[in-house]
Structure formats: C-alpha cells, structure tokens
Design a protein around this ligand. Structure first.
Ligand code: GUN
Length: 293
C-alpha cells in the first residue's frame, strides 16, 4: 500500500544514528547505561520493558531491568530512584507506567534526576518542552510521532493538527511539540477529549490527526477529510474469540475504512510503537553525552 508511514523503517534509521553515537561514546571510554524499573507484573509492561531492553542492548547500551513486587511502598521505590540518581554508570532511568495504586506516580517521576529522565516525565523537562527549551528530554511517544511526520515530509507548519486525547504521556506533550515556533512545528493545534462536543467538526478540518485517546477503533472514515494524515497511537486489547488467547490488540483508528481515504497513515502495529523505543534510546545516548561532555 502506497500511503503507509513505515514506523519500523523510520525507527531503523534512528537506531542506526543512535548506534553511531553509542560507538562514539564507547570510543572515548563511556558505556551508556539505562536502567528500567518495573513494579509488579502487568503483562503489557513486561512486554514493553522486555522489548526496550533488548533493543537497548543491541545498540550497545548497557541495560538492566529492576523488577520490584507489586506491593512495593512509595518509600522503597524512592530509595531505589535516589540510588540510581547517584550511580555514575546509570545515565538514564525509566520507571515503567502504570504503577500500582499505592504509589504516587507524579512523585516518582519528579524524583528522577532530570538529567537522567529519558522518559521526559519530570516536571522540569515538561516545563522546558512547553517553553521551547531544547535542552530538556521530550517524552518518547510524542517525540516519535513528530519524527514520523518530519521524516515522512509531512508539512507541519500552518497545518491544522487535531490531537485526540489529553494524557500526560502523549496528548499534552504532543500539543506542546507541534505548537512551538520552529521550522518543524508551527502547527495550529486542537486538543479534543472526553468533554469535546461534536468531535467530527474538529477532525474533519484536520490536516493531521494524532489519535491517542485509548478508545478501540474510534476514528472512522466519517471523521476525516480525504487526504488527511492519520497517526494511530492507540494500543487497546479487545476480546476476540477467534484469536489465540481470546484477545487482540487494535488501535484508536478503524484502519480498514480510514486507510483508503487517508493521505498517509500509520499501520498499527508497525507505526508509532517502534518509534517510542527509538526515541528512548536516542534520549539515552544524549543523556550519556551530556553527562560525560
Ligand atoms: N507506559 C506507557 N508508555 C510509557 C512510556 O513512554 N514510558 C513509561 N515509563 N511508561 C509508559
């Protein structure tokens, strides 16, 4: 199909660039280090962290996953983060979300040293993104969507972008990235959410739609203007009696009906997902570069 945005191929380009940066670091005696922290046994988190760690090692980044029991207290998790903040061989720290309910996620993300915050979740990095200060870390999924658009030569400046979803991990930082002044941004951004009325009145005017609200196959042909660029961030597990295990993953876009009228569209899987990992490892290379400059 002609109009697919190949996230696997584009993430492969970024991995090649990151591997080169890692090799340069190693030549001057620096081994970039990334530590994953996973609390509990959420099956999706196990898969995601496993994939991130494998790719990280492949690129020459020293990686380790610390798994804590689901009953871990806030205090014990904070103690671990403080230890990692002071460990010079650890350049990046990723605490996988979601965290168990007894833990205050915001307090945990705020405890990570902002210089090691390769997720871009620390309030200082969130603030830097909003201010247009490029020295901070940008959250990996919206940064990956931005790279997909740039590397697919999608015009962003002046475009009407509609973001579906206002979460802290995707929707809000996505809006902050695309609204900035700058050659690869300068979009007119609308953020739609659960209280938005007549959502199709917004989406039908969009040149670019980023669907990140977590509603299975929400975005249908009737929501979009023919030719629009459609980015599907959704990962939703739905019941499917015909599938092994009785469930399968679908995005926020009804791909089969939207793909024929879209200008460009991300497949799902194979679109945004691989980009999240690519941006994480690029952020980790930068953390190591800055820490050892
Ligand atoms: N859970 C879902 N997405 C992410 C992410 O980008 N980073 C972390 N740490 N947890 C997540």
């Amino acid at each position: 199909m002609q109009n697919l945005i190949d996230g696997r191929a584009i993430s492969g380009q970024i991995h090649t660039e990151t591997a080169q940066r890692v090799a340069t670091l190693r030549q001057r005696g620096v081994e970039p280090g990334l530590v994953f922290v996973r609390v509990g046994e959420d099956p999706a988190s196990q898969v995601y962290v496993g994939m991130k760690e494998r790719k990280s090692r492949e690129l020459g980044i020293r990686s380790e996953t610390i798994v804590l029991p689901a009953s871990t207290s806030q205090a014990d998790l904070l103690t671990l983060i403080h230890r990692l903040n002071h460990d010079p061989v650890c350049h990046g720290i990723l605490v996988q979300a979601p965290l168990p309910s007894q833990i205050d996620s915001a307090a945990i993300f705020a405890a990570v040293d902002p210089r090691k915050d390769v997720d871009g979740f620390h309030p200082l990095n969130v603030g830097r993104l909003l201010l247009g200060d490029s020295t901070g870390f940008v959250p990996c999924t919206p940064a990956g969507v931005h790279e997909l658009l740039i590397r697919s030569q999608v015009p962003i400046a002046g475009a009407n972008v509609v973001i579906l979803g206002r979460g802290n991990i995707v929707g809000k930082p996505m809006a902050a990235i695309l609204v900035q002044k700058g050659r690869t941004a300068n979009a007119t951004v609308t953020v739609c959410h659960s209280a938005t009325r007549h959502i199709e009145e917004h989406t039908r005017r969009a040149d670019i739609i980023v669907a990140a609200m977590g509603v299975p196959r929400f975005l249908t042909a009737q929501h979009i203007r023919p030719g629009a660029v459609i980015i599907d961030v959704g990962v939703n597990r739905i019941p499917d009696p015909s599938a092994a295990g009785g469930t399968r993953l679908v995005g926020d876009v009804a791909f089969d009906e939207v793909q024929p009228i879209a200008g460009l569209i991300t497949p799902n899987p194979g679109g945004v997902g691989p980009m999240t990992i690519a941006m994480l490892l690029a952020n980790t290379a930068r953390a190591a570069e800055v820490a050892t400059a």
